[in-house]
Write a protein that binds this ligand. Structure first.
Ligand SMILES: C[S@@+](CC[C@H](N)C(=O)[O-])C[C@H]1O[C@@H](n2cnc3c(N)ncnc32)[C@H](O)[C@@H]1O
Length: 391
């Protein structure tokens, strides 16, 4: 059976993550919103995906994108399928991606579906569409992935429409707790979103499910936290004793509040440009030093200064790491790219000389390297993800 992943806000990152975990041959990107996986939904490790918001099982693909035809198909097939559900009222919601319809039209279809299933003897509550796609909170609150729920997903794909049923929805409450619930936070070192940390870990580990992950710029420890939650051992170091203490506080909180099997954590103070770690981690995932935290658009001169500072620190750190890691060690490093007043990005020079530093860049089949950029509107510093291996 095929799976369908609805991708998050930055689909290229979600696609890269799936490619990294399951291989490029198993991933078929669908426009900029979704990806098909040649894998049974039961085999997809959805909880570790930071770049996918919904996981669905593919029901069928119709040779049309005409909503009248799609509606006819689900009105014909759904009453029979609903008969197999447990007794009691069922909840149904519809989500459409890339199709030329309105939320009102989608709600009308949901009402017709309610009637058709009701006529077959089962009572139904529908979730009206304010938008074309239901949000995670609506899917969770209305238990649409439960035994008496359906979220039917319709995704346009090259003149065809994929129809799928959601089986998992991202756990927004857990993400909020892992982000805002941590006792030690510091807005100056930036707040790495847990979902981005997961993506970076997946890009660093590929399909390997165990081993030690090192973060040599660990800050408050978001990467370490997500690594432990995903079952890896974690080692963090940071130049700043205060940050190491913050990470330690956050790790104790994590162990108390979450079920963590592998509790191997190493924390130490260390300058990444010169530190000797004494362990050989299997992977490195790290949000490196991003430079000055700007509150207003910096001038070109200020950007140039930051590029120069961060480039030097990260370059020296990569050289130091290269001396201590065996060939083949895989890294995912987030480095800064600065949004200029002209709207383009100023990249660090080291991005173009990664080979000279002792690394090879890993390429992805379904996206270009330049798309591995995490950026929110209004942000001045974007994070550019470098996925590389030690030569
Ligand atoms: C962008 S923050 C990382 C934030 C972290 N991902 C988190 O979630 O909290 C960068 C960290 O690098 C540290 N740092 C700066 N220069 C460093 C160096 N030369 N060696 C090690 N750490 C350094 C800073 O103290 C800061 O905590």
């Amino acid at each position: 059976m095929q799976s369908l992943c609805i991708l998050g806000r930055q689909p290229a990152l979600g696609t890269a993550e799936l490619e990294s975990l399951y291989g490029s041959g198993a991933v078929i990107p669908i426009g900029r919103v979704a990806a098909l996986l040649d894998i049974d939904p039961d085999e997809v490790a959805f909880d570790r995906l930071g770049g996918s918001i919904k996981l669905a099982k593919v029901i069928t693909t119709l040779n049309t994108t005409d909503w009248e035809d799609i509606e006819k198909f689900i009105l014909q097939t759904s009453p029979e399928n609903a008969k197999g559900l447990p007794g009691g009222k069922m909840n149904i919601g519809l989500s459409a991606y890339g199709l030329k319809i309105t939320p009102q039209r989608l709600t009308r279809t949901a009402l017709s579906l309610k009637k058709a299933i009701h006529n077959a003897g089962k009572s139904v509550r529908i979730i009206p569409n304010k938008e074309l796609a239901l949000g995670s909170a609506q899917v969770i609150y209305n238990k649409l992935t439960g035994p008496n729920g359906w979220e039917l997903i319709f995704v346009a794909n090259d003149g065809k429409t994929i129809i799928a049923q959601t089986v998992r929805e991202q756990d927004i409450n857990s993400y909020t707790l892992r982000d805002r619930g941590r006792p030690k936070r510091d807005s100056h070192v930036g707040m790495l979103p847990p979902k981005l940390a997961q993506i970076m870990i997946n890009l660093a580990t590929g399909d390997r499910k165990d081993g030690l992950i090192l973060d040599p710029f660990c800050g408050t420890g978001v990467i370490l936290q997500e690594a432990l939650l995903m079952g890896y051992a974690a080692e963090g170091s940071d130049l700043d004793q205060r940050m190491v203490d913050y990470s330690a506080g956050n790790m104790s909180w994590l162990l108390k509040n979450f079920s963590i099997k592998n509790r191997d954590i190493i924390l130490e103070v260390g300058d990444a440009t010169s530190h000797g770690w004494g362990h050989e981690p299997q992977f490195i995932a790290s949000e490196a030093y991003l430079g000055q935290a700007f509150t207003a658009q910096p001038t070109d001169a200020e950007i140039a200064q930051n590029v120069s500072n961060t480039n030097l620190i990260i370059k020296k750190s990569l050289q130091n790491i290269a001396q201590q890691m065996p060939s083949g060690t895989r890294l995912c490093l987030a480095v800064p790219a600065y949004h200029t007043p002209r709207g383009d990005f100023k990249h660090l020079p080291l991005v173009d000389s990664i080979e000279e530093l002792g690394y090879n860049r890993i390429s992805f089949e379904h996206l270009s390297d330049s798309e591995l950029l995490y950026f929110r509107e209004q942000q001045i510093v974007a994070r550019e993800l470098l996925v590389i291996t030690r030569k």
